[in-house]
Design a protein around this ligand. Sequence first.
Ligand SMILES: Nc1ccn([C@H]2C[C@H](O)[C@@H](COP(=O)(O)OP(=O)(O)OP(=O)(O)O)O2)c(=O)n1
Length: 135
Amino acid sequence: MEEIVRRRQTEFTAERDWERFHKPRSLLLALVGEVGELAELFQWKEEVLPGLPGWRPQERARVADELADVLIYLTELAAVCHVDLPRAVLTKMAQNACKYPAEKVRGSSKKYNEYTEEQNAQDPKLETQQEVPGE
Ligand SMILES: Nc1ccn([C@H]2C[C@H](O)[C@@H](COP(=O)(O)OP(=O)(O)OP(=O)(O)O)O2)c(=O)n1
């Protein structure tokens, strides 16, 4: 999927002689702009449930459209930054799994450092031990 998007977008950019515009900073701003357009579709609504129940087909199509724009710019931004995006994503997901062990965090939405703080409060010795390597 990433490869198809990256290739097609590279062609799209080259055919228009747009490489000079598609530099990292501009692509980042374009990406943020599209995230903003996506956010605009959700703003001022009450909590939105999965599947977007009650949304009109036109609104759903806009969501798909904006998500596509976000993915296109994200993919091209990674490419011009020479980041292997699929590899970076898999590495990050492995790190996430270590940081949030399922047996420890199941059913809770706390951030990982809140668990550490809680652990330190229960056992102050842990805090002292963790401060030593930074000396
Ligand atoms: N210089 C550009 C302009 C457009 N696109 C591509 C990537 C996006 O998928 C889409 C963005 O097009 P627009 O800037 O026209 O933005 P929208 O499609 O969101 O249109 P609008 O702003 O009217 O909602 O087109 C691109 O790669 N480089």
